[in-house]
Design a binder for this molecule. Structure first.
Ligand SMILES: Cc1cc2nc3c(=O)[nH]c(=O)nc-3n(C[C@H](O)[C@H](O)[C@H](O)COP(=O)(O)O)c2cc1C
Length: 223
């Protein structure tokens, strides 16, 4: 991947200035820019590097209208030049994908035989016991949302606005876009250039409200 464009703002500014845009101009996102957003988005980490995220890139107006109808008619879906249907494929835990991940690292010369064997034996056990998640959908969502977060920040750093959305009917989206049964729809992500009325920053709880020190409920202090 070669990304030649320079971001228009740094990471801190991108995080601070990102808003969930509710209205978009019709201006298209240049392909090179969309490629950068997608490629940097999927640099996101994943458990065992299994990369279960999958993205349907919706750009045709008729398909955006179809998606909008599955998303409580939210205007962003019809207006944004690009809407991603952000999915997670539960089959990423299968041996076929484990082998693909091993192969990926082998191609880069960073996989050892012993680590490959460790992956082949420990990953199936992990998914049989799944000590850190209740359902496979929780697992696919955990990973997909992280890639989505990367994309939103990368997009903003290049001047592209976004809106993550959970306001949609999963069964309708799956049927309308031929999404297999084993694939979960995590969220929609509208991407484009925000239009007025611009959304204002609604504030965040302070870290003293959302961070605890050492155990849950204990206050956290910085000196
Ligand atoms: C998982 C998730 C789902 C969301 N769903 C919607 C949605 O369906 N429609 C919408 O307009 N905004 C949606 N939002 C955007 C939030 O309303 C927004 O992030 C929040 O109000 C904070 O505003 P800000 O992101 O501009 O700071 C969603 C955000 C997240 C993270």
């Amino acid at each position: 991947m070669t990304i030649e464009m320079e971001p228009s703002m740094n990471l801190v500014e991108a995080i601070k200035q990102r808003r969930a845009a509710r209205a978009f101009k019709s201006d298209p996102i240049p392909d090179g820019l969309l490629q950068a957003i997608l490629e940097l988005g999927v640099r996101s980490p994943s458990g065992y590097n299994l990369q279960p995220w999958r993205f349907i890139v919706v750009r045709e107006q008729q398909n955006k209208e179809k998606l909008k109808a599955c998303a409580f008619n939210q205007r962003q879906v019809g207006e944004a030049p690009v809407v991603l249907i952000c999915c997670g494929d539960r089959r990423a835990a299968n041996s076929e994908n484990i082998e693909a991940v091993i192969h990926l690292a082998e191609e880069r010369g960073v996989m050892t035989d012993s680590y490959a064997e460790y992956m082949r034996s420990s990953i199936p056990q992990f998914f049989a016991n799944h000590p850190s998640f209740g359902t496979m959908e929780a697992w696919t969502n955990r990973h997909t949302m992280l890639a989505v977060a990367h994309m939103m920040i990368v997009a903003k750093s290049y001047g592209v606005d976004s809106c993550p959305m959970e306001g949609f009917v999963t069964s309708q989206v799956k049927e309308a876009f031929q999404i297999p049964e084993e694939v979960d729809v995590c969220c929609l992500l509208a991407l484009g250039y925000a239009d007025e009325p611009f959304k204002q920053y609604g504030g965040r709880f302070g870290i003293e409200q959302v961070c605890f020190g050492e155990s849950y409920g204990e206050s956290f202090r910085l000196s």
